[in-house]
Design a protein around this ligand. Sequence first.
Ligand code: ZN
Length: 148
Amino acid sequence: MIVFVSVILKEIFEQGRKYVWERPATCVKCNHHKVWSHEFVQRLFDGFDTFLLLKSYRCPNCGCVITLRPDSHFTRIQTSKETIRSRLSCRLQTGRWPPDTPFPRQRHWLKNLRRRIKALLTEAWSHGEIAAFDHFISIGQTPVSSSI
Ligand SMILES: [Zn+2]
């Protein structure tokens, strides 16, 4: 299970295992009063040429493993939410892809966003694709996820 936390990636990069993570107060699954330190998981993020170590905790009651993840990023995506949003915004406004992010990746995001809009929003959705992006975030979904 993933719990999103507010962290600064650069600090995690610099401090590695010494970075002080905030332990979840209770288990997010069974609400047990204490979770134990578990292991570090390696995850890639844009802007770093090596894995960053994210902390996980384990609930002694239900066995649930809780991994902390930066709230600046979606699950399973290396690029930050803000960067994805700004790249899509630029493409939709200017008709061109910003050159600083690989084109196939950007096209993939837009394709997935459009698939999700078509599949999940009503035909009456008239607020535009960036508003849909924000809407999916507001309901806890990844707007550019390939799974619907
Ligand atoms: Zn639990």
